[in-house]
Design a protein around this ligand. Structure first.
Ligand SMILES: *[C@@H]1O[C@H](CO)[C@@H](O)[C@H](O)[C@H]1NC(C)=O
Ligand SMILES: *[C@@H]1O[C@H](CO)[C@@H](O)[C@H](O)[C@H]1NC(C)=O
Ligand SMILES: *[C@@H]1O[C@H](CO)[C@@H](O)[C@H](O)[C@H]1NC(C)=O
Ligand SMILES: *[C@@H]1O[C@H](CO)[C@@H](O)[C@H](O)[C@H]1NC(C)=O
Ligand SMILES: *[C@@H]1O[C@H](CO)[C@@H](O)[C@H](O)[C@H]1NC(C)=O
Ligand SMILES: *[C@@H]1O[C@H](CO)[C@@H](O)[C@H](O)[C@H]1NC(C)=O
Ligand SMILES: *[C@@H]1O[C@H](CO)[C@@H](O)[C@H](O)[C@H]1NC(C)=O
Ligand SMILES: *[C@@H]1O[C@H](CO)[C@@H](O)[C@H](O)[C@H]1NC(C)=O
Ligand SMILES: *[C@@H]1O[C@H](CO)[C@@H](O)[C@H](O)[C@H]1NC(C)=O
Ligand SMILES: *[C@@H]1O[C@H](CO)[C@@H](O)[C@H](O)[C@H]1NC(C)=O
Ligand SMILES: *[C@@H]1O[C@H](CO)[C@@H](O)[C@H](O)[C@H]1NC(C)=O
Length: 332
């Protein structure tokens, strides 16, 4: 997807501008005692069954340790820590929060547990990926101190409690993925203050209340997912006004609504529409046959009535789910 590749591209740009110079540099001599102690304490508290941190010893300068990239602008300061999918586990030590020059942190797909690492002093952080671990507890308000954040992925953990209202103060946020946790409470309307957002994935949590109309202010939005929660009431009209929307996934909620008749006039770029199991009623709007970009349409497990309109113009449609409704007539 456009946004994801953007975020990954960003990661590469970061490496280029902050790290590459040091990767090939054999005469790294600058040391920051705070940073090296933070890393050593992190290592000491981490279970490493496959030896991913083998190079993390004092015979090697820490800027050359596996997964560590130092800044070329601030020599000796750790700018990136990337150890995805290394079978690491354990709790992250408080001194981790002293790596105050960190811009990129990627510990995805490991077995880290306990509370999220202290991030409140990591003001430089741009990309944070802690997805697919076993982190517990809440998303701390202090995350909002990291105002340079552009990409945050905390999906597939065991986080609970509410989404902090202050989330909207992350004005640079482009992508936020907090799916597959146990978050509860409402979707805070203040999210709409993060006006750069292009991707928001809140799926598979325990969120309640309604989908706030304020989300319709996020005019850069490309991918919006709030499926598999306890949300009720209609998707507000303002969301069907987000002209750039390519992905809308609200499956398994209690939306109890009819689709807007002019859905494809307002959402001409829709590629993926997933509203299965959301108590949709009324007819399938004929306008959907005009959403020529559609690849996936799931309106299954609802209470839709009437006839199936012509989808003959949807040449990209690869998956269509209309089962378990009250549809009638012939298959066009
Ligand atoms: C190391 O980084 C800290 C900030 O965390 C800074 O206060 C300190 O001056 C740095 N030390 C050196 C030797 O650069
Ligand atoms: C992680 O552990 C599993 C099972 O022990 C193993 O199959 C896999 O190769 C390990 N991954 C890495 C990156 O070492
Ligand atoms: C590093 O972090 C620990 C724990 O948060 C703190 O007690 C300590 O003062 C910090 N050290 C430095 C040099 O900043
Ligand atoms: C973190 O690493 C994984 C595995 O390499 C990658 O797929 C993911 O895009 C990275 N996350 C970020 C934010 O760069
Ligand atoms: C946010 O950062 C400021 C400035 O470094 C610091 O004084 C404040 O304590 C931080 N807030 C939290 C909640 O840690
Ligand atoms: C968000 O996280 C989920 C769960 O880890 C993952 O399946 C999905 O691909 C992620 N990205 C987006 C764009 O939602
Ligand atoms: C999720 O949170 C609810 C309370 O909000 C709790 O009853 C439930 O056990 C939690 N589920 C998991 C898998 O942690
Ligand atoms: C954030 O958004 C809310 C309403 O969505 C608004 O009332 C509030 O003033 C905004 N806060 C900031 C700091 O912009
Ligand atoms: C949708 O957008 C149009 C044109 O920008 C605007 O006039 C209208 O008020 C919007 N409707 C909603 C429900 O936001
Ligand atoms: C589909 O688009 C065509 C051409 O823009 C238009 O004439 C027609 O009325 C549209 N059909 C529906 C049902 O919106
Ligand atoms: C519809 O609901 C049934 C029963 O809950 C489920 O097995 C099926 O996967 C659902 N269809 C889709 C397309 O999600």
């Amino acid at each position: 997807m456009r946004t994801l590749s953007m975020v990954i591209l960003l990661a590469f740009l970061l490496l280029l501008s902050y790290g590459a110079a040091n990767i090939h540099c054999s005469t790294v001599s600058h040391e920051n005692r705070t940073d090296v102690h933070s890393l050593l304490e992190f290592k000491a508290a981490t279970n490493d069954p496959t030896g991913a941190l083998r190079s993390w010893n004092r015979r090697v300068h820490y800027c050359n340790w596996e997964g560590v990239i130092c800044s070329s602008m601030k020599p000796g300061r750790v700018a990136a820590l990337q150890l995805p999918g290394q079978n690491l586990s354990g709790e992250i030590t408080p001194s981790f929060g002293n790596l105050t020059y960190l811009k990129l942190l990627n510990l995805s797909s490991n077995g880290f547990s306990g509370l999220l690492p202290p991030l409140n002093l990591l003001h430089e952080l741009v990309l944070l990926d802690l997805s697919s671990n076993s982190f517990q507890g809440t998303i701390p308000d202090s995350l909002m101190n990291c105002s340079n954040l552009e990409g945050v992925d905390l999906s597939r953990n065991m986080l609970e409690g509410p989404i902090p209202e202050e989330i909207g103060s992350l004005y640079n946020l482009i992508a936020l993925n907090i799916s597959r946790n146990n978050l509860s409470g409402i979707i805070p309307p203040t999210i709409s203050n993060a006006t750069q957002l292009q991707l928001l994935n809140l799926q598979e949590n325990q969120l309640g209340g309604s989908v706030p109309g304020e989300l319709g202010k996020l005019s850069n939005m490309f991918s919006l997912g709030f499926g598999d929660n306890w949300l009720s009431g209609p998707v507000p009209p303002s969301i069907f006004n987000l002209t750039g929307l390519g992905v809308l996934d609200g499956h398994l909620n209690m939306l109890r609504m009819a689709l807007p008749l002019n859905i494809c006039e307002t959402l001409p770029n829709l590629r993926i529409l997933i509203l299965g199991g959301t108590m949709l009623d009324g007819h399938i709007p004929a306008s959907l046959g005009n959403c020529t970009m559609l690849q996936v349409m799931d309106l299954s497990n609802n209470s839709l009535i009437g006839e199936i309109p012509s989808f003959g113009k949807l040449l990209s449609l690869a998956r269509l789910y209309l089962e378990s409704n009250n549809l009638q007539g012939v298959i066009p």
